[in-house]
Ligand binder design. Structure first.
Ligand code: AMP
Ligand code: MG
Length: 403
């Protein structure tokens, strides 16, 4: 077991636990946020045929070079979805709509705004442009694998899959993530509460994060600070889930039962990571299932998820973290407030990032305590302040901007 490691080392150790996710075929319309486990090749050329990018007139460019009022004879009209493709000769124009196939012989389009019809003729007053013809296959050729294995299905990717002729996709099955909150002080929101108790919140936020990362969360009933109780729940979760996430009980205290049970009966890969907040996470295995022990402080559990559990998802899906745009992105920001760093740890202060006239700027608005989950709502990002550094007003620093 390694203790007190830096984030990169922790991520490397996490990446070494490989999970073989199964695949399933699902409807394209249900695929938002899923990850392809099999690449998708186009069944067609895109565009399928040369077609007009504009409403206007299909013409021969050479006929319209003079830029004066050119008179062309109207030979017909062709619209998107039309089967009729006439042939066009010099001195002729064919009315055309966006998406309609280009008549044989035409090589340019004049937009409708640059034309006037007079009886059987059209008078052209503007340029004829070849670039207004969308050429067959200029976007994709039949057989191109435009969505390779590992593609994250955004709205645009879903449109592209349909363009390529697919109504079903093969994706990784959602990993099932068991979420277990521990603590004698916890009661469920909206239940009767004593002076010494608090509402349990972490499992709700963590579930939402799991869903955002494409996992299927199972929230288990609250576990008291009892090793026996925890063992029972961990054992049943290990049977049902691909990954276990606990909250609370990972520090040095006598009641930190997640650390205790993992030390005595589990298999710890690492404990404590050089980040603040969120210093004492555990990663390891319970009954051969990977397990993250997140700290109980709400901001800490949220941020450890972001820094360590999100990468676990991308390793599991076999794709780069930067290609999973689920949670946000790393950016550079100019600080408009001072933020204090942490000794020997990366410091994740909550900041509000806005797009200013000279780039991204950040300010601080609430108390920064790791118990203050409101700080995660009142702000939309965090600093990534390197060990032993603080930032003064005007400094430009690394940050993470949440989506
Ligand atoms: P622990 O990590 O168990 O020492 O808990 C650290 C702090 O986080 C304590 O103030 C706990 O009351 C609080 N806490 C632990 N678990 C939760 C939870 N599930 N929801 C909200 N707060 C929690
Ligand atoms: Mg506790």
């Amino acid at each position: 077991m390694e203790v007190g490691i830096n984030i990169d080392r922790a991520k490397l150790l996490i990446s070494e636990t490989k999970l073989n996710l199964k695949s399933e075929n699902i409807q394209l319309s249900d695929s938002r946020g899923r990850i392809l486990s099999k690449g998708l090749a186009s069944k067609v050329n895109d565009p399928r045929f040369d077609n007009s990018a504009m409403d206007g007139w299909a013409v021969k460019e050479a006929d319209c070079k003079s830029n004066k009022n050119t008179v062309l004879k109207i030979i017909g009209s062709i619209q998107a979805g039309s089967r009729e493709i006439t042939s066009l000769h010099r001195g002729e124009a064919c009315k055309i709509t966006t998406g309609a196939p280009i008549p044989d012989g035409a090589d340019a389009i004049v937009i409708v705004e640059d034309s006037k019809t007079e009886g059987e003729n059209v008078i052209i007053s503007g340029p004829a442009r070849k670039t207004f013809i969308r050429k067959k296959g200029e976007n994709l050729s039949k057989g191109n694998e435009a969505l390779p294995k590992g593609s994250y299905m955004t709205a645009a990717a879903i449109s592209l899959a349909a363009t390529m002729g697919h109504d079903m996709v093969t994706v990784y099955k959602r990993p099932i993530i068991g979420i277990i909150s521990t603590g004698d002080e916890l009661v469920m929101p909206n239940s009767e509460i004593q002076d010494y108790q608090i509402y349990e919140s972490n499992s709700f936020g963590i579930s939402a994060l799991v869903e955002k990362m494409g996992g299927k969360p199972i929230r288990y009933d609250l576990v008291t600070d009892s090793v026996d109780h925890l063992r029972k729940v961990l054992n049943s979760a290990a049977k049902e889930c691909d990954l276990l996430i606990t909250s609370g009980g990972v520090s040095m205290g006598d009641w930190d039962i997640v650390r205790k049970i993992m030390e005595e009966e589990g298999d710890i890969v690492f404990w404590k990571v050089k980040m603040r907040p969120g210093g004492p996470p555990i990663y390891g295995k319970w009954k051969n299932k990977p397990i993250f022990g997140l700290p109980g402080n709400p901001v800490s559990s949220h941020l450890v998820f972001l820094i360590l559990v999100c990468p676990w998802f991308s390793y599991t899906y076999g794709i780069k973290e930067t290609e999973m745009p689920n949670l946000g992105q790393k950016v550079r920001v100019k600080m408009n407030d001072e933020v204090r760093g942490a000794k020997d740890k990366i410091c994740l202060r909550r900041i509000r990032i806005i797009s200013g006239s000279n780039g991204l700027e950040a300010t601080v608005h609430t108390h920064q305590g790791s118990g203050n989950i409101h700080s995660m709502v009142a702000h939309n990002g965090i600093t990534l302040l390197p060990e032993d550094t603080s930032a003064k007003t005007g400094d430009i620093i690394d940050a993470f901007w949440f989506n």
